[in-house]
Ligand binder design. Structure first.
Ligand SMILES: Nc1ncnc2c1ncn2[C@@H]1O[C@H](COP(=O)(O)OP(=O)(O)OP(=O)(O)O)[C@@H](O)[C@H]1O
Ligand SMILES: [Mg+2]
Length: 479
């Protein structure tokens, strides 16, 4: 159906209203997490996503980037980045998004959604020049780390076609972000809260935004984000292109789809569960009294591991204990300053930290190379959280394992959650020091010698006769 696009609020959507929105039990905000996790029931399974009808048939998928109408510079950059063949979600969506179609794209975790929307957005923006404070394209994401990652992933492609990117996230200098917008940025990658602040200050106007992407669209449609997201979508060009992507599109996005997409192409190559086949799922039964020792040994493995817990407090406590046991651990949650959060993630990526202990703030979208184990120290209560947390491993065709530690009182809820997530895990009874635990996770006792993770000294190019660092202003490149 080719309805005229409006920027109206819900009350003015087409007749029939918005209909009942299948509820989200979580209502998360800003990637934050709720307390609890013990004795709670898994969230009810949300209604299966009912894709909207596509009226104009979709263009067929391509199998090579050269089959697409992409600027030569983007093809060159793809080759330089070692990206030779489009992943399925890219091959399927790009012919349509490059032609300006709205898209609703569902592809497994780690299946390349960033480049799927990124290449279309950059190809269609290349050659245009933004006025100060008036971007032409917008990517909205739920967490600051993800905004940074998306910007970093797209940066070489943007540079090659002369498109200027600005990253707009909370917790970092708003003045600098305003400055970047003032100098002119064709593409803005943003978390909704900070973008709203910049708009309120008069530093940004969205009236010229002709392409809008919602990454992790189902989370952006959660109650915690929806009002901010719709307020922003109501400001972009009504005739512009919109793309919604996630590994888990569910009933949550119905409202956004009906209100903001026009005759969208629906790419739903993967089932809603978004199960990644190269991922092993293990439920490990542990005794309550042995759980701490078990977690410590898993964290002491060779190689990286990300451990998810429900609360900031639990994350801090486990990190402290692991450091005291000799594990190079660091905490990532919404209670840390943004510079700490950035530092922690970068140390995890470069190997200075081997055990990242995190809340759900790290569950969505974050990509770390060579990460082959995700551990749910606290079992998630929402099947989607299970899929996204687990999706930090086994990405881009790699393999990996997701391990969930389950105490006797949590077994029933875990069985329900796995069924809701569409996963049949291998269940094993384990104990610290045991062969099974070692076999599945590589667990080994850490040194027992306490470690501290030093903040790295900021990297600066060494120049001859450089003035004293103290008091020197930071270069723009350090932003
Ligand atoms: N065509 C490709 N060939 C090789 N590698 C690719 C290709 N496309 C993307 N990648 C790589 O795959 C990895 C995962 O991509 P990306 O982060 O976009 O996944 P995603 O689908 O957004 O996952 P999530 O649902 O977890 O956000 C990245 O390291 C990216 O560089
Ligand atoms: Mg992603």
């Amino acid at each position: 159906m080719n309805r005229a696009r409006t920027n109206n609020r819900f009350s003015r959507t087409r007749s029939g209203g918005t209909g009942p929105l299948r509820s989200s039990a979580s209502g998360r905000s800003g990637g934050q997490n709720q307390a609890g996790g013990h004795g709670r029931r898994p969230a009810a399974i949300r209604g299966e996503f009912a894709p909207p009808k596509t009226v104009t048939p979709a263009l067929p998928a391509v199998e090579a980037f050269t089959d697409l109408d992409l600027p030569e510079q983007l093809l060159t950059t793809l080759a330089a980045e070692g990206v030779s063949v489009p992943f399925p979600i890219q091959g399927a969506t790009l012919p349509n998004t490059l032609a300006g179609r709205d898209v609703l794209g569902r592809g497994r975790t780690g299946s390349g959604k960033t480049l799927a929307f990124g290449l279309a957005l950059l190809a269609r923006t290349a050659g245009q020049r933004a006025e100060p404070g008036q971007p032409l394209a917008l990517v909205l994401v739920p967490t600051r780390e993800l905004a940074q990652q998306v910007s970093d992933a797209l940066a070489p492609y943007a540079r090659s076609v002369g498109v200027r990117l600005a990253t707009v996230v909370g917790g970092l200098s708003i003045a600098r972000q305003a400055g970047a917008l003032r100098r002119g940025a064709e593409v803005v990658v943003a978390t909704p809260g900070r973008l709203k602040d910049l708009i309120d200050r008069g530093d940004c106007r969205l009236g010229r935004v002709g392409i809008t992407v919602l990454d992790e669209a189902d989370q952006m449609a959660d109650m915690g984000f929806l009002p901010q997201v719709t307020a922003l979508l109501d400001q972009v060009r009504p005739d512009g292109q919109r793309m919604l992507f996630s590994a888990t599109l569910d009933g949550n996005v119905d409202r956004l789809v009906r209100r903001y997409l026009t005759d969208p192409v629906v790419n739903s190559v993967d089932p809603s569960a978004g199960v990644v086949t190269a991922m092993e799922h293990h439920v490990l039964h542990v005794d309550v009294a042995d759980k701490k020792a078990t977690v410590t040994e898993i964290a002491g493995r060779e190689g990286r591991v990300i451990m998810f817990l429900d609360t900031k407090h639990a994350v801090n406590r486990l990190t402290r204990d692991l450091l005291a046991s000799g594990v190079r651990a660091a905490a990532l949650h919404g209670g840390k300053s943004q510079s700490q959060r950035n530092r922690t993630l970068s140390q995890f990526r470069t190997g200075g930290v081997t055990a990242l202990v995190a809340t759900n703030v790290a569950a969505r979208g974050i990509h770390v190379d060579n990460l082959d184990l995700v551990v749910n120290v606290d079992p998630p209560t929402d099947p989607k959280d299970y899929l996204h947390r687990g999706g930090r491993t086994a990405r881009a065709g790699e393999s990996g394992s997701v391990v969930t530690l389950v105490t006797p009182d949590q077994r029933r809820d875990m069985t329900r959650l796995m069924a809701a997530a569409g996963i049949v895990p291998q269940t094993t009874r384990v104990r610290s020091g045991g062969a099974e635990l070692h076999r599945i996770t590589g667990a080994q006792a850490p040194s027992g010698i306490p470690v501290t993770i030093a903040a790295p000294t900021p990297e600066r190019p060494q120049r001859a006769a450089a003035p004293s660092r103290r008091g020197r202003r930071r270069s723009p490149a350090a932003r």
